[in-house]
Design a binder for this molecule. Structure first.
Ligand code: KDG
Length: 352
C-alpha cells in the first residue's frame, strides 16, 4: 500500500472521524500554483525519496509537501518520487533530523525550535513576541540573516532548504480560562525541546515539560500535562480540542518550519536535480505560508464551534504577557547574540 493511498485512506478516515466529532478538518484552501519551469528530460538517475513530517494529512505542512513532491515528479518526468509519511509515523522532529544525518531518511520538516542544537542562532525565533505580524515574520524568513541560519547547517549532515510557517503559537489547557499570566501559574505545559521555550513558561509561573510532538495528545488525554501551545491549525488538525477545553490567543511566539534534506541524499543528486529540489523547496514553502495564513483564523473559529472556549486577548492583556516574559530577553539575547536579535527586530519593524 503506497503511502499516498494510505494517506488518502487516513484522510478519508480523518474526514469521517472529524465529521463524526462535527468539525471539518480544513478550510477552502487555495490550489497550488501551476507547476512551471524546465522539465529535465535527460535521464540523470531515478530517486525514490522518503519524507517524514509531524503533522496530519490535513495540515498546511502536509499539503505543501505534496506540492513539493508533485513539482519534483513532474519536472523530472517521474524520475524523482517523494513518499510522504505524516503524523510522526517515522519519529519525532529530533529523531527524524538524526535520521537525515545517518541517511536513513531523505527529507523532514521540523519546527526551528528543536533544530537549534544544530544552529544555535535559530533560537532567535523562540524569543517571545519578537515577530508581531505574519508580514514581519515572512520578511525575516526571507532575509539574508535567515539564509545564513540555513547555511549554518552545512557539515551537520543536514541540507536546510527553506523556511515556512508553523505559525503563531496559542496556549490551550484543560483546567481554566487563561487571560493573564496569573492564570498560567501552576499549569503543567508541554513545550518543544528547546531551552528558550522552557524559560518562557518558567517566567510565566508554569511547570514546563519538554516533550516530542507525537506524545502530546496522549499526555493531555491522560492528564500528565494540563496544556500545550501550538498554532490553531495544528491544534485543530491534531484534534487537541478533544482533550483541551480552553484556548487563549496569546500569539506568544512565531515558529518557522524548516524544510530539510539529508546531505547524503542531496549529494547523490545530479547538480541539475539539486537546483530543481532547491527551487521546489522555495515554491512549496511559499505555498505553505499561503495555506497557513488561510488556515489560521478559520481553525480558531472551527475550534470554537466544536466547543473549545477561546479567549481572545486585548492589547493590555497581551502587554501583561510581554512584561511577564521580558526576563527571557535578559537571559537569552546575550546568548543568541544581541546584534542578531537587533537586526531581526529591525527587519520586523520595517515590515509590519
Ligand atoms: O513536524 C513538525 C511538527 O512536529 C510541529 O508541529 C512541531 O510545533 C511543533 C511542536 O509543537 O512540536
Amino acid at each position: 500500500m503506497t503511502s499516498i493511498w494510505r494517506s488518502t485512506l487516513t484522510l478519508a478516515g480523518a474526514a469521517t472521524l472529524s465529521f463524526g466529532v462535527a468539525h471539518a478538518q480544513q478550510p477552502d484552501l487555495s490550489d497550488p500554483p501551476p507547476i512551471e519551469g524546465e522539465v529535465i528530460s535527460e535521464d540523470l538517475g531515478s530517486h525514490t525519496l522518503r519524507m517524514g513530517i509531524g503533522l496530519a494529512e490535513t495540515s498546511p505542512q502536509y499539503l505543501s509537501s505534496k506540492y513539493f513532491a508533485e513539482i519534483l515528479n513532474e519536472r523530472t518526468e517521474g524520475r524523482i518520487t517523494v513518499n510522504i509519511f505524516p503524523n510522526s509515523q517515522l519519529g519525532d522532529d529530533v529523531q527524524m533530523m538524526e535520521m537525515l544525518q545517518t541517511g536513513s531518511l531523505d527529507l523532514t520538516y521540523p519546527s526551528s525550535s528543536p533544530a537549534t542544537t544544530y544552529v544555535p542562532e535559530l533560537r532567535v525565533f523562540d524569543l517571545p513576541f519578537l515577530l508581531p505580524t505574519r508580514d514581519a515574520a515572512v520578511a525575516v524568513m526571507q532575509s539574508d540573516a535567515a539564509q545564513e541560519m540555513l547555511d549554518g547547517f552545512e557539515g551537520t549532515g543536514i541540507k536546510a532548504l527553506a523556511f515556512s510557517e508553523n505559525g503563531f503559537r496559542q496556549l490551550t489547557n484543560s483546567e481554566r480560562e487563561v487571560s493573564s499570566p496569573d492564570d498560567v501559574e501552576g499549569l503543567t505545559i508541554r513545550t518543544m525541546e528547546n531551552q528558550v521555550q522552557l524559560s518562557i513558561w518558567e517566567a510565566l509561573g508554569a511547570n514546563p515539560t519538554p516533550m516530542a510532538f507525537g506524545e502530546v495528545f496522549s499526555a493531555m488525554e491522560q492528564g500528565v500535562i494540563d496544556g500545550q501551545e501550538n498554532p490553531w491549525s495544528t491544534i485543530l488538525t491534531s484534534n487537541f480540542n478533544e482533550v483541551q477545553d480552553y484556548g487563549s490567543e496569546t500569539r506568544h511566539v512565531y515558529t518557522p518550519f524548516i524544510l530539510m534534506m539529508s546531505e547524503r541524499s542531496w549529494e547523490r543528486l545530479d547538480p541539475q536535480y539539486q537546483e530543481l529540489v532547491q527551487d521546489a523547496a522555495r515554491k512549496s514553502a511559499e505555498y505553505e505560508i499561503q495555506l497557513a495564513s488561510e488556515y489560521d483564523n478559520w481553525a480558531r473559529e472551527q475550534l470554537a464551534e466544536t466547543g473549545m472556549e477561546i479567549t481572545r486577548l486585548d492589547d493590555d492583556q497581551i502587554a501583561a504577557f510581554q512584561d511577564a516574559v521580558e526576563s527571557v530577553y535578559d537571559e537569552w539575547a546575550p546568548e543568541i547574540g544581541e546584534d542578531l536579535v537587533e537586526s531581526i527586530r529591525q527587519i520586523a519593524s520595517e515590515n509590519q
